[in-house]
Design a protein around this ligand. Structure first.
Ligand code: V47
Length: 389
């Protein structure tokens, strides 16, 4: 351990003393003892990457062995018109402009029709806060999909959209969530969390609901029996303290509800945004985020790599740094690509399987609720949902 500390001292700008302290924290984590927010900050600042990755991988393998899960899914973005004008978002377009795109429910259902025979399909739906897309439209869309493809797992509408539906319909968020669940929504995607730091939100997304509201809505969803995911937008000039604070607020809520299925760090894609001058994070720093998340979030089942934003190299390597799940086939990604993502807009199931195998892991297909698939490759998906279970 000390050898690593000396090595890291010269290569990563950390002092031996601090690295020794990080070693102690990692020793705690290896023994499945919860680490504090302060210790999380220390790991982010001072841990030797190699030891950090080793520890995260140890925990990941204790939970999931050599398996990495993925789903066959389809991302649908119903509108890129949005009343929030977040500085990090290249997806949003001005209503009436050439690039503005509002899909009709009919056109989405036509697309779903073509996927009628796809087994284990997860449908991921999100969009901008568009005054032309109401709660009624959301419900009709979900019911329409269910009529065509009753076996699909619909993961639709972030906490930000739920807040919007509640405001625009005059219906309580509790009832909005209840109606969406009754219509056929099985889970909520993790978008819109950004980073909870009030300071950063004021700067990059001043119109968006704050972190407290995002968490309160997630809590309501979980209480109503609808699980969700959680994301963190990073690479936007956040500090280690702000990352640890974000993770800590998620872990605290998860202790109470156990409703988060996975945590997904989202690497900022800066092109076509006013934040394009921000410096890119090194791959090592990106991998550290996955590793620290795996170590700190001892009660959230899965750590997912959204390969669209992170890139395929990260998707491969991160499977040895705490990640046990990759985003699915996606088919037509828009949000990251408007921001300059260089990855494909979708991958075939074979390509994802190859990506997982190239990392030396065993690919296992799952459904949108992290359950074993009926016609997958026959392997059992790990059911672990975290220590809090
Ligand atoms: O809410 C927007 C973020 C989210 C950019 O729950 C950006 O399974 C990086 O939440 N660079 C949408 N990030 C994506 C998302 C997601 C993706 C895959 C799976 C799941 C899941 C959720 O992307 C937005 C926002 O937080 N975002 N613009 C950008 N330029």
């Amino acid at each position: 351990m000390v050898i690593f500390a000396e090595f890291s001292g010269s290569n990563f700008g950390v002092t031996l003393k601090n690295s020794e302290e990080a070693d102690k924290i990692l020793a705690k984590a290896v023994n499945f003892k919860r680490i504090s927010k302060d210790e999380c900050i220390k790991l982010l600042k001072f841990a030797c990457p190699s030891e950090l990755f080793y520890t995260a991988n140890y925990i990941r393998e204790k939970l999931f062995g050599n398996k990495t899960t993925f789903s066959v899914n389809r991302h649908i973005n119903y509108s890129n018109i949005c009343e929030n004008r977040c500085l990090f978002c290249a997806f949003r377009k001005e209503d009436g402009s050439k690039e503005a795109k509002r899909l009709t429910i009919e056109s989405i259902l036509n697309d779903i029709e073509k996927m009628r025979d796809l087994p284990n399909l997860e449908i991921h739906i999100t969009g901008g806060l568009d005054s032309q897309f109401s709660l009624k439209d959301a419900l009709n869309l979900v019911k329409g999909i269910k009529e065509i493809k009753g076996d699909a797992i619909i993961k639709a509408f972030t906490m930000v959209e739920i807040d919007f539906f509640s405001r625009t319909s005059g219906i309580s968020d509790f009832d909005v969530i209840k109606k969406l669940k009754e219509a056929g929504v099985s889970a909520f995607p993790g978008g819109g969390a950004e980073i909870f730091s009030e300071e950063i939100r004021k700067r990059i997304s001043p119109r968006k609901i704050d972190g407290q509201r995002w968490l309160a809505l997630s809590k309501t969803a979980h209480k109503l029996g609808v699980p969700s995911n959680a994301t963190m937008l990073y690479g936007i000039g956040e500090t280690e303290e702000e990352i640890a604070d974000h993770l800590d607020r998620l872990r605290t809520l998860q202790d109470e509800t156990k409703g988060f299925m996975s945590f997904i760090p989202l690497l900022f894609q800066k092109e076509n945004t006013p934040l394009h001058t921000l410096k890119e994070l090194s791959l090592i720093k990106q991998l550290k985020i996955y590793a620290v998340s795996r170590i700190f979030l001892d009660n959230i089942g899965h750590i997912k790599n959204h390969w669209v934003m992170s890139g395929l190299k990260s998707a491969e390597l991160s499977q040895w740094c705490g990640v046990d799940d990759l985003e699915g086939t996606v088919v037509e990604e828009r949000i990251g690509h408007e921001g300059g993502a260089k990855t494909p807009i979708g991958m075939t199931k074979d390509e994802i399987v190859r990506l997982i195998k190239s990392a030396g892991r065993i690919p296992v297909e799952r459904d949108g609720l992290y359950r074993k698939t009926k016609k997958g490759d026959g392997k059992t998906v790990p059911e672990h949902k975290g220590k809090g279970e």
